[in-house]
Design a protein around this ligand. Structure first.
Ligand code: GLA
Length: 400
């Protein structure tokens, strides 16, 4: 992943869009006719639950993907990014059949989805991607680019998709074309989270509601380890498979269960011994995280943010000890955060294996936190993590 993309997260959207439009003109010879945006997301509770049918509690970030475009008279699609070198060209009548392990796999997967729906109505198009979200850091840059692309193509090609269709097209591209066995959380969070709220998303039936999280009382900080693992996709799919193995073994003891989320802790305790050791540890994380996430929901509704934060920190320990997706850099950020007065909870976010930690802290405890965390991390790793205080975001939209 590209190091230079990390600092872009500090640029405000308005500044970014002007520069983005200028770069579009420089690359493609004329300015864009339309510009779209989709946010990234951070997940606070429900770690590795989405593909187990469990509940999750993410929110959207005020940083994300910008995509500028101009339709063409032919059937050629040109794709470029302000964050990556090179330019790619594909033909709508000869779309790639599989991924090429490049950032373009994400938009190309979406182009395939929408081109099928649009048929001959789909024109060629010049697309320039960019934005202010760190790439591959666990903040869902992939769902952000997929949702932004789906929205941009829908509005350009007149496919008249609903918001949910756009989210589903993004999901289908990532699963079907890119080949990540991801759950539904990321595109749903990108598509449906609202500022000042956490999204309560039930990943078994894709129903959701918005639970208030008062931005005057608490702020969400994200600290980036700077660690990027190319192996992460394979390791992620391996976790998905281990959870499936846990469910297959436990299902006969849990009548009516359709996913691991439905297996109670009592059934798990009684039959855990039938599972291979690693599979049992993954399964225990899932059933306990479902319980923690329910406690966190209750705490949020009761305005008990201390209890909410405790669930986040307990989730991190489970992700490190049972799910094996933490790294020393993430543990350091979490431990250091938790010794700062006013931090309510901290944990790794996204898949893990590097990327970011998310920290929930009282608004009045914010001053000095960033430099404290940077010093603590630097003492061990010799470099400072990027720390960003994120506001929420109203969701995917066209920028005027
Ligand atoms: C990645 C996936 C999500 C989710 C998280 C873990 O970010 O894309 O679907 O599984 O990991 O909670």
């Amino acid at each position: 992943m590209k190091e230079g993309s990390q600092n872009a997260s500090r640029l405000p959207l308005a500044d970014l869009v002007g520069a983005h439009e200028r770069e579009f003109r420089a690359r493609f010879g004329a300015g864009p006719s339309r510009v779209f945006f989709a946010p990234g997301r951070v997940n606070l509770m429900g770690a590795h639950l989405d593909y187990n049918g469990g509940p999750v509690m993410p929110t959207a970030l005020h940083a994300g993907t910008v995509v500028a475009l101009r339709p063409r008279a032919d059937r050629t699609v040109r794709l470029a990014s302000t964050l990556e070198p090179g330019e790619h060209e594909i033909e709508l009548d000869a779309l790639p059949l599989g991924p090429i392990s490049s950032w373009i796999d994400y938009p190309v997967g979406v182009i395939r989805e929408l081109a099928t729906l649009a048929g001959r109505e789909a024109s060629g198009i010049d697309l320039l991607f960019g934005g202010n979200l760190p790439i591959g850091a666990g903040l869902s840059s992939s769902a952000s680019i997929c949702v932004a692309t789906a929205l941009a193509l829908d509005r350009t090609w007149g496919t008249q998709l609903t918001d949910r269709d756009i989210v589903e097209a993004a999901l289908s591209a990532e699963r079907g074309f890119v080949g990540v066995q991801c759950g539904i959380m990321d595109p749903y969070a990108v598509g449906f989270a609202r500022p000042g709220h956490l999204l309560w998303l039930d990943c078994k039936d894709a129903s959701f509601e918005h639970l208030p999280l008062d931005p005057d009382q608490v702020v969400i900080a994200v600290a980036d380890t700077g660690v990027r693992r190319n192996l992460a996709q394979g390791a992620f799919n391996q976790r998905v498979e281990e959870c499936q193995r846990a469910f297959s073994a436990l299902a006969p003891h849990a009548p009516g269960a359709t996913c691991l989320r439905d297996v109670t802790i009592e059934v798990f305790d009684a039959y855990e011994h039938e599972l291979p050791a690693d599979v049992a540890r993954r399964g225990r994380h899932v059933v306990e995280e479902v319980a923690r996430t329910r406690v966190a929901r209750r705490a949020l509704l009761d305005h008990d943010l201390a209890v909410f934060g405790e669930q986040m920190s307990a989730a991190h320990r489970s992700l490190a000890d049972l799910f094996d997706v933490s790294v020393p850099e993430l543990d350091c950020l979490v431990d250091a955060s938790l010794s700062w007065e006013g931090v309510l909870g901290a944990r790794l976010t996204g898949a893990g294996f590097g990327g970011c930690a998310v920290i929930l802290l009282r608004s009045d405890a914010r001053d000095g936190f960033e430099s404290y965390l940077a010093r603590s991390f630097e003492a061990t790793f010799g470099r400072a993590p990027e720390v960003t205080f994120f506001e929420g975001d109203p969701g995917p939209r066209e920028l005027s």
